[in-house]
Design a protein around this ligand. Structure first.
Ligand code: PEP
Ligand code: MG
Length: 579
């Protein structure tokens, strides 16, 4: 038995057998082989290298015939790398010395090469990372067979163990028998975490090396509430966790009763609790959890679920379904937030060095206006069906906001020409998720109908901590005094300008921060639907006067430790089972 501690990102307990998935969607068993199997693995490796070299030769010959020898020489690099004896020796020594299987050893060595190429000064050399990735894929194809879309063909409940998983890979999990996710990388607010949480799949991330410690078929207990993964548990542990599984079911059913009760504080102040969704079918879940509307619809998942760009009709159909399912409750549709960790196929082929600081979100849309306007027209059309609001993400300046509004103006003109109905007075807002927007909030407020604070990004940019990187996960915290002061200022400025302000980062659904947020004046929250009952329960147990005292005290501390200890203690006093 082995117990590993990671970051709890999606609550719940599951007990099932493991399956391992490589980032390129190859199911790689990271198993170590026995000493007797080593010669067999070395033989597979040699055949994979030979077969890959043969592939390259065939490709090169065909290209030379069709396009000429010069163009065909682009494959010389692949040929050179695959024929290099040093590369083969490195992989072979991982097999003989560490007894890794051939696929895992090959992946490890080639990932090392990719990291080194990515760090090269010379842009042309950096480009080579794509070729190395291609070589890796080719070798894996010969070692493992077909890529494992066959996750979809799993027939039994399974816990997926992966080094890393992209949001688009996780978006496909709902069609499989995967009941839990354990990952080496990732953090609480990574988009992969957000997606698995929205699917209700318990998950633990930031486990650093869980993918190397398991063999396919190993039994695992995954405790997404405490952030534990127990490999090959003994009987005693299994019994303990079966009891825990049942206890959690009782807690969850207790919260269901809150669904139809209002989110009012004890002194009668109403708080709007809306939901964040990634997929249209979730709208119905939101109603079941008592959501007052959709505060954040992350529309980029339309792109991440399929290879092709969605058409205007597909966008429209998805939005119409959400608006219809929400009845007359408001639906805030955020425009595309592609890039960073949520990349399309084209973006994946052209990786950026610092993707969270790169061409993501509204920046990507403003450079791809045709694609952007397809979405804007669809949102406008959906606005004729209900209470739709439109929100631009990652706004850093007034110019950016104005350019986005100009694109919206163009989309309006397109619709006017064709006579398609839409709402002229569609409310337009922005996400405040960069320090630049937070510091220039006054000016931004004067040009929008509402704002929503995106703390997932605001924290990472304020503290300079990558939200996806498990190595710095302990530095990523909403309790940092700089974050608290920034939030207080944004909420206060919005109240002064009488512009509605909500908060839709994961912080909104964390019991620790409810009192603080109420105390600084926040009255609109948007969170994962599953978090709503718990947050409602805390709101119904406090008064605004109490929350204001808590917020004032929290703002007086100098360190995040003091802040989080204090806030947790305060919540524990009114809702002990929430913390
Ligand atoms: C945020 O940044 O807080 C947010 C809600 O947007 P996302 O998590 O999709 O980046
Ligand atoms: Mg964001």
């Amino acid at each position: 038995m082995e117990i590993k501690k990671g970051i709890p990102v999606s609550p719940g307990v599951v007990i099932a057998a493991a399956v391992a998935l490589d980032a390129e969607e190859y199911r790689i068993s990271a198993a170590r082989v026995t000493e007797r199997q080593v010669p067999e693995e070395l033989e597979s490796l040699a055949s994979a290298f030979d077969a890959s070299l043969a592939d390259i030769q065939t490709l090169q010959d065909a290209t030379a015939r069709q396009l000429g020898q010069d163009i065909a020489s682009i494959f010389d690099f692949h040929h050179g790398v695959l024929s290099q004896s040093h590369l083969r020796e490195q992989v072979a020594s991982l097999i003989t010395d560490r007894q890794y299987n051939a696929a895992y050893a090959a992946r490890e060595v080639l990932r090392g090469y990719q990291r080194r190429f990515l760090n090269m000064e010379d842009a042309l050399l950096r480009e080579r990372v794509r070729d190395i990735r291609d070589i890796e894929r080719r070798l894996l194809r010969h070692l493992c067979g077909r890529p494992a879309e066959d996750l979809a063909h799993l027939t039994e409940r399974t816990i997926l163990v992966a080094h890393d998983l992209t949001p688009s890979q996780s978006a496909r999990l709902s069609q499989t028998h995967v009941v839990g996710v354990a990952m080496d990388g990732g953090g609480l607010t990574s988009h992969t975490a957000i997606v698995v949480r929205s699917m209700g799949i318990p998950a633990v991330m930031g486990l650093k090396d869980v993918s190397t410690g398991i063999s396919p078929g190993d039994m695992i207990i995954l405790d997404g509430t405490k952030g534990l993964v127990i490999l090959r548990p003994d009987e005693e542990m299994l019994t303990e966790y079966r009891v825990e599984e049942q206890r959690l079911q009782v807690v969850v059913s207790g919260l269901v009763e809150l669904r139809d009760k209002p989110a009012d504080t004890q002194d009668g102040v109403h708080i709007s609790l809306r939901a964040n969704i990634e997929f249209p079918h979730e709208a119905r879940v939101c109603r079941d959890k008592g959501a007052a509307g959709i505060g954040l619809y992350r529309t980029e998942f339309l792109y991440l679920r399929s290879e092709a760009e969605p058409t205007e009709a597909e966008h429209y159909e998805a939005y119409r379904q959400v608006v219809k399912d929400m009845g007359n409750r408001p639906v805030t549709i955020r425009t595309l937030d592609l890039g960073a960790d949520k990349y399309t196929r084209a973006q994946a082929l052209d990786p950026e060095r610092n993707p969270f600081l790169g061409l993501r979100s509204i920046r990507y849309c403003l450079q791809n206006l045709d694609m952007f306007k397809v979405q804007l027209r669809a949102i406008l059309r959906a606005s004729a069906e209900g209470d739709v609001r439109l929100m631009f993400p990652l706004i850093c300046s007034l110019m950016e906001l104005r350019q986005a509004k100009m694109a919206l103006g163009d989309a309006i003109e397109d619709l006017e020409e064709t006579g398609v109905p839409f709402r002229r007075d569609l409310p337009v807002g922005i996400m405040v998720e960069t320090p630049a927007a937070a510091l220039q909030i006054r000016e931004l407020l004067s040009e929008v109908d509402f704002v929503s604070i995106g703390t997932n990004d605001l924290i990472q940019y304020t503290l300079a901590v990558d939200r996806n990187n498990e190595r710095v996960a302990s530095l990523y915290t909403a309790s940092h005094p700089a974050v608290l002061h920034l939030l207080k200022d944004i909420v206060r400025q919005a109240a002064r300008a009488r512009v509605p302000c909500s908060l839709c980062g994961e912080m909104a659904g964390e019991p620790t921060y409810v009192l603080f947020l109420l105390g600084i004046g926040l009255r609109r929250f948007s969170m994962a639907p599953s978090d709503i009952p718990e947050i409602k329960k805390i709101i119904r147990s406090t008064t605004i006067a109490h929350a204001e005292r808590v917020a004032k005290r929290a703002l007086s501390f100098d360190t995040d430790r003091q802040v989080s200890n204090y806030l947790r203690d305060e919540v524990r006093k009114i809702a002990p089972e929430s913390i």
